[in-house]
Design a protein around this ligand. Structure first.
Ligand code: ZN
Length: 449
């Protein structure tokens, strides 16, 4: 990497260190799908173990993953080929455990991923403590101090609604599936996966290692790519392709639980890209400012760059924290605000093109990228200046103690209304794209004409 690229990489290293895009995707996903007839009216399905699905469909999975590898090489702008030894080859004689490991390594996800049988119930419904599963049964990452997650155990064969499966799984890729997959990651599997060194960020920070799978910078100016070619080394489009393909296979072969579960996993990456801070290097800042900031840093004047890094990170985290608090508060108090309505509103779904392999990049990420300037201006105009305009304040460090809802309660209500309108707009995108992608997946799975 050139020095120029290194300073730009610095911009991304901090702003992606702890960010989860929508904090808890399941809160928003319940609202996005609860009135979609294909989900709301779908009959409950029996819970099946991953091992049983893999054993029953081993041959078909071998063929699908082979096809997907060829697709990725032909269609993705950047794709390091999967090492041949990781290919999934059917072998009915091996143990369930060996087959599961071979499958996860062929997908190139963390082989210690839990993929537990669980749901994250709708927060509108009182949680049944008797079914509680600890964080560590579902997620390989440490539990954050302000976690809003509650997990409920599922039993094999029990009936569960597609809404619960898909909403729960849409949050799951943040549970360690994409952690430490790189050649310079502190893991054994990173050494064999063939991804090379981490595209950007700090390889020692676990969350930084998942960022290139959950972010996509497809719409920056050519100058930025020339300066920082590593920005193209991201994989959300590949993950969407992998999991939508597996969902279709599972539905078509009579494993509806895994159909909905894989569909939920695919949705996560699309939903992440509805967040402007996941679809732009620096929302609200033009190419000239970025390049200028970098040039100064290279010339030994890093102050502007360091400040920009902190400000980007703070705005990103403040936005996510606030929307998470809003959705959770509305769910717990059973309110339906303009934000819940925006999530459910299906009227704009058909204003977007139908689902295709280009949809995530050309429609979802484009829209999020183009909304960056307006969003950044709104955050600065409406959130307390300490959170979004003060480079001496580190939101990430203090996040668990910050209550943005309470802070905004002390402010001018017209400002808060402006912020809520921006969040309703973004979550309107989240809802419409989630449904459009699911429609495409259901069609591929033979569940829709
Ligand atoms: Zn994510």
């Amino acid at each position: 990497m050139t020095r120029f690229a290194l300073t730009l990489a610095g911009l991304l290293s901090l702003c992606s260190s702890a960010a989860l895009a929508w904090g808890n995707h399941s809160f928003a996903a319940y609202r996005a799908f609860e009135r979609m007839p294909e989900v709301a009216n779908a009959a409950p399905v029996p819970v099946q173990s991953l091992e049983a699905f893999l054993k029953a469909e081993e041959k078909a999975i071998e063929a699908l993953l082979k096809e997907q590898e060829a697709w990725a090489s032909a269609n993705l702008e950047y794709y390091p080929a999967r090492p041949a030894v990781l290919a999934f080859v059917a072998n009915p004689a091996r143990s369930d455990e060996a087959r599961r490991l071979a499958f996860l390594m062929a997908l190139r996800v963390a082989p210690n991923s839990k993929l537990a049988l669980y749901v994250q119930p709708d927060p509108q419904i009182p949680f049944n403590e008797a079914r509680a599963l600890p964080h560590s049964a579902v997620n390989t990452l440490p539990e954050p101090a302000d976690s809003t997650h509650r997990f409920a155990k599922l039993a094999l064969g029990e009936s569960v609604t597609p809404l619960e499966i898909v909403a729960s799984a849409s949050d799951e890729p943040d549970y360690g599936l994409d952690i430490n997959l790189w050649g310079d990651s502190p893991s054994d599997w990173g050494k064999v996966y063939g991804f090379g060194p981490l595209s950007f960020g700090n390889p020692a920070v676990n969350f930084a290692t998942q960022s290139p799978f959950h972010m996509g910078f497809f719409h920056e100016s050519r100058v930025i790519y020339l300066a920082a070619p590593f920005l193209k080394k991201t994989f959300p489009l590949w993950r969407v392709h992998q999991y939508t393909g597996l969902a279709a296979l599972a539905w078509r072969s009579g494993h509806p639980y895994w159909g909905w579960r894989f569909a939920g996993l695919a949705l996560h990456y699309v939903q992440d890209l509805t967040q402007p801070y996941h679809a732009s290097v620096s929302p609200g800042d033009g190419t000239l400012k970025l390049i200028g900031t970098n040039l100064l840093a290279m010339a030994g004047m890093p102050r502007m760059k360091n400040e920009l890094v902190v400000l980007l990170s703070n705005r990103h985290l403040a936005l996510e924290k606030y929307q998470r608090q809003l959705l959770r508060h509305a769910a717990l108090t059973k309110q339906s605000t303009a934000i819940e309505e925006a999530l459910r509103n299906g009227q704009r779904d058909a204003s977007y093109p139908a689902w295709s392999e280009r949809y995530t990049r050309d429609v979802v990420a484009r829209e999020a990228h183009d909304y960056g300037v307006e969003l950044s201006d709104t955050l600065m105009a409406t959130l307390p200046p300490r959170f979004v305009s003060d480079p001496a304040f580190d939101f990430g460090v203090k996040e668990a103690q910050i209550d943005i809802l309470a802070e905004l309660g002390k402010q001018d209500p017209t400002q808060r209304a402006q912020l809520d309108a921006a969040i309703a707009k973004l979550l309107g995108h989240f809802g419409a794209h989630s449904r459009n992608v699911l429609r495409g997946a259901l069609q591929a799975g033979g569940l829709r004409p």
